[in-house]
Design a protein around this ligand. Structure first.
Ligand code: SF4
Length: 217
C-alpha cells in the first residue's frame, strides 16, 4: 500500500490547494453538510444563499421559522421536506441544551458522539462538521476515498472505513491537511477517478495498481 503522505503530495501537485470549505460560520457549515447529502454542492450553495437571504441562517431564526419557509428556500437540494425538518431540529437543538459555543468547548470524541445522535448525521457528515465547522482533525471517509483506496491497492475486497481511517491517520493528523486531503480526493474523483476511471489521463497513475494494470487504449 502506498503511503498517504506520498498520495497527498502527488494530488496537491496535480490539483493545487482547493480552498475548502466555502461557507464560514459553524451553523452554516452544519446546514450545508445536511443539505449536500444526496445532492450537489451547487444546489447546496443556492439553498444556503436562499436561507441567508430570508434571514434564516442562525439557529435562533431557523428554530423560530415555519417549516414551509425553510422548505421554500431549499427546494433545489432534493428531499427538501425531510432536510427542512432536519435543519429545524438541528436549530432547535442548538437553541436548547446545546449551542455552537458549547460545541466549540466540547472535546472531539464527545462532540462526535453528540453529532452522531442528531437526525440525519452519519459518520461522514459528523466528520465533515468536526473538520470544517470546528477545525478538529477528522478523516472524512466518503465514496470518493473508499473507491480511490480500493483502486490504489487493486484489492477485490473493499477496505473497511476503520482501515482507511488508520491509514490516513498514520501520517496525516492535523486539521489543515485533512481538510486539504478531503478536497483533493473529491477533485480527483470528479476529474478522473469517478465510477469509470480515466486511468490514461491520471496524474497519479504510477502510484496505483489499478492504473498500472489498465490499458491505454
Ligand atoms: S490510475 Fe485510474 S484507478 Fe488509479 S487513481 Fe488514477 S484514475 Fe483512479
Amino acid at each position: 500500500m502506498i503511503r498517504i503522505g506520498d498520495l497527498y503530495e502527488r494530488l496537491l501537485a496535480a490539483y493545487g490547494p482547493q480552498h475548502w470549505w466555502p461557507a464560514e460560520k459553524p451553523f452554516e457549515i452544519m446546514a450545508g453538510a445536511l443539505l449536500v447529502q444526496r445532492s450537489t454542492w451547487t444546489s447546496t450553495e443556492a439553498s444556503l444563499a436562499a436561507l441567508k437571504k430570508r434571514g434564516l441562517m442562525t439557529p435562533q431564526a431557523m428554530a423560530a421559522a415555519d417549516l414551509q419557509a425553510i422548505e421554500a428556500c431549499i427546494q433545489g437540494s432534493g428531499f427538501f421536506r425531510s432536510k427542512a425538518a432536519r435543519l429545524k431540529r438541528l436549530a432547535k437543538f442548538l437553541t436548547g441544551s446545546w449551542s455552537v459555543r458549547r460545541m466549540r468547548a466540547t472535546p472531539t470524541p464527545m462532540l462526535r458522539k453528540t453529532l452522531l445522535g442528531l437526525d440525519g448525521v452519519g459518520p461522514e457528515t459528523a466528520d465533515a462538521i468536526l473538520l470544517y465547522a470546528f477545525g478538529r482533525p477528522a478523516v472524512i471517509v466518503d465514496e470518493y476515498l473508499r473507491r480511490l483506496t480500493q483502486r490504489l491497492t487493486a484489492d477485490p475486497e473493499p477496505p473497511t472505513d476503520a482501515a482507511i481511517r488508520r491509514w490516513v491517520e498514520a501520517e496525516i493528523f492535523d486539521a489543515p491537511r485533512l481538510n486539504e486531503l478531503h478536497a483533493l480526493v473529491v477533485a480527483h474523483g470528479k476529474n478522473v477517478c469517478g465510477k469509470t476511471p480515466q486511468c490514461s489521463e491520471c496524474e497519479i497513475r504510477t502510484l496505483c495498481l489499478t492504473g498500472k494494470g489498465a490499458s491505454d487504449s
